[in-house]
Design a protein around this ligand. Sequence first.
Ligand SMILES: [Zn+2]
Length: 339
Amino acid sequence: MKSKISYFAGLDIGGTTVKAILVDSQGQQAGTLVEVRSLVKDGYAATFGQLEVAIEQLAAGACVERGAIAGIGLDVPAPSSDGVIWGRANLGDDWVGTDIRGLLSARLGVPVYMTNDGNAAAVGEYALRKDHSSSLMLVAPGTGLGGGLVLPGGRCYEGVNGMALEVGHVSVPFREDDGSLPTCSCGLTGCSEAWVSLVALRRRLGLELAKPEWAAHPLNQTAASIEEKAFRLREFAQDGDELAVSIFRRQGFILGYLIADLVRVFDPGLVIIGGGLAETSFRDLYMTWIEEGFADRAWSVYRFSPLDPEQVTTRFEWATGGDAAAAIGMAYAACELFQ
Ligand SMILES: [Zn+2]
């Protein structure tokens, strides 16, 4: 048993699984990624039990005593401030307004850092890169549209209330064909998330499939649910299907347009595109659509240096951490904060 060294655990609470990673005091991963079932809908007490299971598995997998784990980084799929969740998101009701960080810290007997999943993934992408000289901004289209900003040195910019980088609820000046604004999951209209997310994709696909020009489209010849059709849309885009490409192209353009305004605020140097699109075979094409939207809105100095037109000022990269990025980020953050 290697118990003299301190270890730090990163725990990522998702809707279906809890992902967990252990690092040593050098930030090197110890053992492998652990996944256990998430019980978020059953409340925080049930979830804490699952976190303990994950921690036991982490310790066993790395051949270390559980007592060697000196700190925890935890991310939750909801806005939070100072360890308290503000919005319900996909969690059970008892999470909101509860001192999750304090309760978990007391239960485990170690300090806990807590943030939202967008911030956690941004820190993970930062940790996975060797170059730590510039800040890094993550935008991650998934079920919603999350984001995070990591400053040089590795600290996540969370704002005074932990509410910074809610990029999915920044408004963008786009309208539906009939001139209306789409309603966002947050209740507002015109949010970027209402255009760039899985939820938005389903709505857009439903609207398009109702048009006469797509009556003969294969997705109109099946009784599958809109969720299933939206899921299959990626395959269609990979095969160059006109409808699928047009939908993703518009989504990518709006994402790029949003990024241009975010870059105007934060000037991060490196923009990481996360979410499931990073794993698709048409991602290169999708990136060109993001860049189209970015070029449409960003001043040229945000694209190329005025001194050297060959020098790119805002770089775009795909996320590399996959769905382990948030757990990696939380292990990294705990290691930085608690050793
Ligand atoms: Zn919104």
